[in-house]
Design a binder for this molecule. Structure first.
Ligand SMILES: Nc1ncnc2c1ncn2[C@@H]1O[C@H](COP(=O)(O)OP(=O)(O)OP(=O)(O)O)[C@@H](O)[C@H]1O
Length: 270
């Protein structure tokens, strides 16, 4: 079992704030692949970072690979986190770094300090970085600077790190949000093939519901911090999807009569 959540509640700030995730029950077996879907603000990112042991739950029980990460020593929790790869939607890549260095950073936990330092000047295994980039359609970017990549290229550069990691679970937040349809399919196919090849668990949040339905056997629908359904895709109906996203369309903003539109426009810039 990769993840087991029983009646889990998560808040963003300790103390008085309202829970972001309420009483979640979720079991994810090792090697399972599932898509997390739901409207903006539903709690998908919070759930992924909770699974990655980046958020300490406020209540309920939570185990990762059979262990409660928050009952472990700091060192043991650190070791457990090394088995989890969290790919955030906006990857925090050092801007002036070369792509090759950014991708090889996935190997840092396994290198001595000297090897890591030397790799900054002469990349230790550029072929491995290149192979990983090729699988995400970025083979020509090996020596590009990270801050000269497009948003979608940065996202895939971060995912290429995943291929060089030794993680047993991939927690991936909206990996295709900045990609065209062909690259989106390639990216999901690469993630899923890698997870299957090493029997890693894949939990992937997606805004593209049709992609989630096409690519994942299990769909978890989240809304207002609660699991609305957790079903094999064949049992997820259009009506369930419509209910999940109901009332989520953006309403046109109506200016209050006493406030001139110009003032609102200026404020909106900041
Ligand atoms: N750092 C934070 N501090 C306080 N509240 C937060 C923080 N991050 C997110 N939230 C709140 O938690 C709720 C869930 O946010 P989360 O980012 O997990 O949702 P999401 O489903 O991933 O949304 P999206 O699809 O827009 O990325 C939202 O109400 C959000 O405002």
């Amino acid at each position: 079992m990769s993840f087991k959540l029983d009646n889990l509640t998560v808040r963003h700030l300790a103390g008085g704030t309202a829970p972001v995730l309420h009483g979640l029950d979720l079991n994810v077996e090792q090697g399972e692949q599932l898509a997390l879907i739901g409207p903006s603000g539903a709690g998908k990112t919070t759930l992924l970072s909770t699974l990655a042991c980046a958020h300490r739950p406020a209540a309920g029980s939570f185990t990762v690979f059979g262990e409660d990460p928050w009952a472990l020593s700091h060192a043991a929790r650190h070791a457990l986190r090394a088995r989890l790869f969290l790919a955030p939607q906006t990857p925090p890549l050092p801007p002036r770094q070369r792509v090759v260095t950014a991708v090889l950073a996935a190997r840092l936990p396994h290198w001595s300090v000297w090897k890591a330092l030397a790799s900054l000047f002469r990349p230790a295994d550029p072929d491995a970085a290149h192979d990983a980039l090729v699988r995400f359609g970025l083979g020509d970017k090996l020596y590009a600077r990270v801050d000269r990549l497009s948003g979608g290229e940065r996202q895939r550069c971060s995912l290429a790190r995943l291929l060089l990691s030794t993680a047993d679970a991939f927690l991936v937040d909206e990996p295709i949000s900045a990609l065209d349809p062909a690259l989106a399919r390639l990216t999901l196919a690469t993630l899923q093939a890698e997870a299957a090849a090493r029997n890693a668990t894949l939990v992937c949040s997606l805004h593209q519901v049709e992609m989630a339905r096409a690519h994942f056997d299990r769909l978890v629908g989240l809304r207002d911090g609660r699991i609305v359904f957790d079903l094999p895709r064949a049992r997820v109906t259009d009506a369930m999807i419509a209910a999940l996203y109901e009332n989520e369309t953006v309403l046109p903003h109506v200016h209050p009569p006493h406030e001139p539109p110009e003032r609102i426009a200026v404020g909106a810039c900041f």
